[in-house]
Design a binder for this molecule. Structure first.
Ligand code: DGJ
Length: 540
């Protein structure tokens, strides 16, 4: 932090009572109940309507191209990298000026931050490590392949590298603890897609020795492995998966130590993100980034890196069944679901609703800024308001009721669906009601059953507010309540008692009008306009 900035900051703290009050706000933290999770911000559940900037966009000079995109998206949280090469230009010398600018600028723009520690691993490589480390590979060792050649990925057995990473991460967390009193920063990601591409594990002498040693008992237990000997080596215990499991353990242990050291300074929620493997047909080990928190090794990561609160999937899988499977795999009683990256391509926008159905605490399309770079074909072809629109409608709809929805998700009251291509109807069971969602509106408003949208852009959400009372919303679909099995068997039929459209203002639902007649006779029709209903249903 420069002198001027630090002076400005302390004056701002002293002068502004609102900021000073915020200084007493509790730390953001994760809580769990009945297998569900919430991120508490200022003491109440908070839903991160996130956006991640492009890799090279977290520089002060680029921020003017960031904020307009964030605004257009209606995001409340921005994920921005902190670059080790910038933070520690000389060993032990730290420059916090960029981080400080990110934090003050985010605050000024009314959003929270998730900082991404681009440290020892960035997409499995060492690109963001400082020059002085790159210049000294004898000290800061890289991995060795089986044939002895160096691999461009950090050796998780390099003690020097681990100590350097810990020192830098500790400095970052200590600095945030001292300076970010109003808690603009909600969470920190430790490394980025750690693991290794192109090599299954480290073959350095230290790694070979560990590989031929007994698997730690807690790892055997976590993987429910019962080898014939409790002293089984990795190969003996895990056979063809041994190399990958071993690398996952080694990388998780490293990242877990960095996380623990940082957390001891400042106990913000911490997580690691995963370059996913195909969750349905993964292929053999080596077909995906080895060592990262992929679905097959989540128990290893949970055991070896307990300081990480979450293991989080980066979703670039253009397939409904795969996305659904990933959400299923990463939502675990021991793992709050958070989607730190998802493709910015339009097809991925409805998955926000699927994520809510899975109890997600946040969701974040990647590459959100107007620097004109796009990671197409992973993401949208162009990044502009048109590309943002399918995501922006989600956040515009949810932002005014974000706190209510976060609480409802935490209470297990939210059910939501996203359209699957070729499947024009979805059904949800909600509190004894059968809720049919038919995709495809307009022009199928009156009478006819919507046949599905030309592209699968439909999405719907039903949250239970009370007995037979529901918050209902969606896009490009018709939602209709039907009596459930028991009521149907008793000859009962559904009637809408009251359908109120309203808007959320300061946490309160403000009545606008009643829907009735054509607006309810064939079901509740949602177009591309953000509309929220409070619906009371009964039977006759
Ligand atoms: C996933 C990484 O985590 C991001 O930083 C970025 O490199 C994308 N892949 C690709 O654009």
């Amino acid at each position: 932090m420069t002198k001027t900035r630090s002076l400005f900051f302390s004056i701002a703290l002293l002068a502004a009572p609102a900021t000073a009050r915020a200084a007493d706000a509790p730390l953001p933290r994760l809580v769990q109940k009945d297998g569900r999770a919430a991120l508490l911000v200022d003491g109440a559940p908070f839903l991160m309507l996130g956006a991640q900037v492009n890799n090279s966009s977290a520089w002060p000079a680029v921020l003017p191209q960031v904020w307009p995109a964030i605004k257009a998206l209606h995001a409340n949280t921005v994920e921005m990298p902190v670059y080790w090469e910038q933070l520690e230009p000389k060993p032990g010398t730290f420059d916090f000026s960029v981080v400080d600018t990110l934090v003050t600028s985010a605050r000024k723009n009314g959003v929270h931050l998730v900082l991404l520690w681009f440290g020892s691993w960035k997409n499995g490589g060492v690109a963001y490590t400082p020059l002085w480390m790159k210049a000294d590979p004898a000290k800061y060792r890289l991995m060795l392949a089986a044939n002895g050649r160096p691999v461009g990925s950090a050796s998780p057995f390099s003690v020097e590298r681990l100590e350097a990473d810990k020192r830098a991460f500790v400095a970052l967390m200590r600095h945030l603890e001292k300076t970010d009193r109003p808690h603009t920063v909600l969470m920190v990601q430790v490394e980025n897609e750690s693991g290794t591409w192109g090599a299954i594990r480290d073959f350095s002498p230290e790694a070979r020795k560990a590989f031929d040693s007994p698997v730690p008992a807690d790892i055997l237990a976590a993987m429910k492995a019962t080898p014939s000997s409790p002293n089984a080596t990795w190969k003996e215990a895990f056979g063809k998966n041994a190399d990958e499991y071993f690398h996952a353990w080694a990388v998780a242990r490293f990242v877990g130590q960095v996380a623990a050291a940082g957390k001891a300074e400042y106990a913000l929620p911490l997580y690691a993100n995963a370059a996913l493997r195909d969750p349905i047909a993964p292929g053999p080990p080596g077909s995906w980034e080895s060592g990262g928190p992929t679905d097959d090794v989540l128990p290893i990561w949970k055991t070896a890196a307990p300081a990480l609160d979450m293991l989080a999937p980066d979703i670039y899988l253009d397939d409904y069944a795969k996305v659904q499977k990933v959400l299923d795999l990463y939502r675990r009683p021991d793992n709050p679901l958070f989607v730190p990256e998802i493709s910015s391509a339009a097809a991925y926008a409805p998955y926000f609703f699927l994520a809510l159905d899975h109890g997600a605490i946040g969701f974040s399309p990647f590459g959100i800024d107007y620097t004109r770079y796009t990671n197409f074909p992973l993401g949208a072809k162009k990044m502009n308001e048109e590309a943002l629109a399918p995501f922006a409608m989600n956040y515009e709809l949810v932002a005014p009721m974000m706190r209510q929805l976060a609480q409802l998700v935490f209470d297990g009251k939210v059910h939501a669906v996203a359209e699957k291509k070729g499947t024009p109807v979805a059904t949800m069971e909600v509190d004894g009601w059968k809720v049919d969602v038919r995709y495809g509106l307009p022009p199928f408003g009156f009478g006819n059953k919507p046949p599905g949208n030309p592209e699968p852009v439909g999405r719907a959400l039903v949250a239970q507010l009370g007995d037979d009372e529901f918050l209902v919303t969606g896009f490009h679909c018709r939602v209709d309540f039907q009596t459930g099995a028991a009521a149907s068997a008793a000859g009962k039929q559904r009637q809408y008692l009251r359908v109120e459209e309203g808007t959320y203002k300061k946490g309160k639902f403000k009545f606008l009008r009643l829907w009735n007649g054509d607006q309810t006779d064939w079901g509740l029709n949602f177009t591309s306009t953000p509309q929220v209903l409070h619906v009371t249903v009964g039977t006759y």
